[in-house]
Design a protein. Structure first.
Length: 197
């Protein structure tokens, strides 16, 4: 299984405090919460790296079979998502391992900060994915479909194994997959991104 795997190191995307608080389950944005959040963002930003590895594949859809050449996937949800696309990007994005260490540290000494660091990580990796999608659209001159990840709908989580074998995620951006198909660093995402004219 092979394709040309590319790596991008992205600049820090704009931070959305509102999204972080939503992920943290905070309904009240009072002064105390805002102050704590600012402290956490300031500490986290020193630990974050924004890296993506990816490859572009030709895709052929036949009913619920998505044929990427290097592997085939049976998923009516992915087939619907990629409808009208002749190419797709398969990618893995991460904000790095240092944030996971911060979360573990603060779970012991400040659970409220640990919750905020978790939320910051989620917001950051989502922002990286959004930025990557914009970059790919600009570079290819094509519209991008909403990204679609293993574990969504009827797309099996086990597909992570194929994605990791294809992209060599550990070698390229330091993301590893465990036996349960979960990633480390935890704030990492794999997805398919359909390209259409």
């Amino acid at each position: 299984m092979s394709c040309t795997v590319l790596i991008k190191c992205l600049d820090c995307p704009p931070v959305s405090n509102k999204e972080i608080l939503r992920y943290a389950g905070c309904k009240d944005d009072n002064n105390e919460v805002s102050t704590l959040l600012c402290e956490c963002i300031s500490e986290a930003e020193k630990c974050l790296s924004y890296r993506v590895c990816y490859c572009k594949l030709v895709v052929k859809i036949d009913r619920n079979i998505c044929d990427f050449g290097v592997f085939k996937v049976e998923s009516s949800d992915l087939a619907k998502n990629l409808s009208g696309c002749s190419e797709a990007i398969v990618f893995c994005a991460t904000v790095g391992a240092m944030l996971d260490r911060l979360i573990v540290k603060y779970e012991r000494i400040s659970p409220s900060k640990a919750v905020l660091f978790q939320a910051i990580g989620t917001e950051r990796v989502e922002a990286v994915c959004d930025t990557f999608c914009e970059v790919i659209s600009a570079e290819t001159g094509k519209k991008v479909k909403p990204r679609f990840s293993a574990g969504y709908g009827d797309l099996p989580l086990e597909l992570q194994g194929e994605i990791f074998a294809l992209l060599s995620c550990e070698k390229n951006i330091g993301v590893v997959l465990n036996d349960s198909f979960f990633m480390s660093p935890s704030k990492s995402v794999t997805a398919f991104l359909g390209l259409c004219d």
